[in-house]
Every structure is written in C-alpha cells, then in structure tokens.
Design a binder for this molecule. Structure first.
Ligand code: ADP
Ligand code: MG
Ligand code: MG
Length: 251
C-alpha cells in the first residue's frame, strides 16, 4: 500500500511551502480520489511521489509496500510499481510510439531483474492492450504523442499503464480537456485495470470523472493538506456546493 505520513514539501528555488503535512493511506486494491481547488498542491503531491526535480521534502515520509519512495530515483520508483499519468503528456519527436512503449517496458523488466521481452511477444501484447483502448496501428507507429489529440494522448498513457502493470497508479487530471467519449474510453481503460493488487490515486478537479471511475474514498485537499475525507458522496457534495462550505467548516 501507499503510505504518506506528515509530508511537507517546499520549492527548491524559493522558500515556499507547498505541502504542509499530507497524511494518506491507499490500501492495495483501493481507488482513492483527491479533489480540491486550484493551487492546493494536488499536482505537487504527484510530482513529489514520482521524484520530479524542483521540490524538497522538509518533513514526513512516503512509502510503497514499506519501501521508502523518497529515497529512490524516479526509475527505481517506476520499477517498484509506481506510475504517474501526467496532466500534460509530453510529445517526443523522432521516437516511434511503439519503440517508446517497448523501451519503457523493458527498462522496467531490467530493473526488476527480468528478461527483456522479445519484439514478437511485445507486438502481440501491445496490439491486444491497444485494442481495448481503441488505439489503432497508426497511433502506435507515429512519434510519441506528436499530433495526437488530447484524448489520444490520454488513451496512450493508459496504454502505457496497461503495459507496465503498476501497483500504484496516479492519474493527475487525466480528464482535463477530454470530451465525453474520450473520458469514457479512458475510464473504461482504468476500470479494466482495477485489481485487488493494484491501487489508484485519481486527482481531479471535477466530479464527472468519478461517475465513471467510482472511488472507494474521496479526499479534499486545500492549502497543502487533506482537510476532509469521505465516500463517493463527498464528490457529489463538492459538485453541488463547491468547496466553500467544506473550507469554512474545516477552517
Ligand atoms: P494543484 O495541482 O492543486 O492545482 P499545484 O501543486 O500545481 O496545485 O500547486 C500548488 C501551489 O504551488 C500553487 O500555489 C502553485 O503556484 C505553487 N507551485 C507549484 N510548483 C511551483 C513552481 N515550480 N514554481 C512556483 N510555484 C509553484
Ligand atoms: Mg498498493
Ligand atoms: Mg494540478
């Protein structure tokens, strides 16, 4: 399980605290959602967990299945089973999508002490996974995310996730910029990966994604802290009343 304890994070460049004591436990098999106003630190939390530069942990801890995540390089975190789907997937000119996916998978296998997957086995696997996400052969051949629509980029990320079979998946505003059909495809892809051994942290600004990916637990984050935790109905409450009530009631 993912265990975050009293996590405090500041920016490297300036003395600005962003996370001010985050406590969170996501058990295996669970889907937790984090909602919250813009600027509350949701993306920072996902970046810090994935090991992105620019942030300094000043207090607290984060572990996955007991292993200290904050002590690991980003590749080691991925090998340990952490996956982060970004709000803005990067475009990589000159690198074919298929090559990229195979490199990512084989890097993970190598880090885990497993043999690399053969080209033939990989082709079979990627075709099978791509089919359920309605990703066609053309999208697999093109350079990574180049000229992909918003929805295609997100589906491509879910494809990557399906191939890597992570233990802990973090989705940071995967729904932003998606139309209803693309959101349905992405959600179906995520739901197909729900499993007793896999957990999800779904960060979203809007409740509508949680109609499709129904969470077990919803957390509200504000000003660098989780200020309220509840069931799926908490997301509906936010949808109807906004954050103001919760903010004033917990102030
Ligand atoms: P959220 O994802 O909830 O909208 P973020 O984690 O993106 O929130 O940002 C939290 C706060 O930290 C915001 O006030 C944001 O401006 C600030 N912040 C995050 N990263 C940086 C950065 N690299 N430089 C300056 N401010 C930052
Ligand atoms: Mg887990
Ligand atoms: Mg964000």
């Amino acid at each position: 399980m993912l265990k975050i304890n009293n996590l405090h994070v500041k920016l490297e460049e300036e003395d600005k605290a962003i996370l001010k004591g985050v406590d969170l436990e996501v058990p295996d098999g669970a889907v937790h959602a984090i909602m919250g106003p813009n600027g509350s630190g949701k993306s920072t939390l996902s970046y810090v967990l994935s090991g992105r530069d620019g942030y300094v942990v000043t207090d607290g801890s984060a572990s996955l299945d007991g292993a200290d995540l904050l002590d690991m390089e980003p590749e080691e975190r991925a090998a340990a089973g952490l996956f982060l789907a970004f709000q803005y997937p990067v475009e990589i000119p000159g690198v074919g999508n298929m090559t990229f996916l195979r490199t990512a998978l084989n890097a993970q296998r190598t880090a885990r002490g497993q043999e690399e997957m053969s080209a033939a086995d990989f082709l079979k696997l990627v075709r099978e996974k791509a089919k359920t996400l309605k990703i066609d052969a053309d999208m697999l051949k093109r350079p990574v995310n180049m000229g992909f629509s918003g929805g295609e980029k997100k589906r491509n990320e879910i494809l990557q996730m399906a191939l890597l079979e992570p233990k802990m998946c973090i989705l940071d505003e995967t729904d932003s910029g998606l139309d209803v059909d693309a959101m349905k495809l992405v959600s179906d892809g995520v739901n197909a990966l729900r499993d007793a051994g896999r957990s999800f942290l779904v960060i979203t600004h809007y409740q509508r994604l949680l109609d499709h990916i129904v969470p077990d637990v919803v957390h509200i984050m504000s000003n660098g802290r989780i200020i309220k935790t509840g069931g799926p109905d908490l997301a509906l409450e936010v949808e109807h009343n906004g954050y103001a009530d919760i903010l004033s009631e917990t102030a």
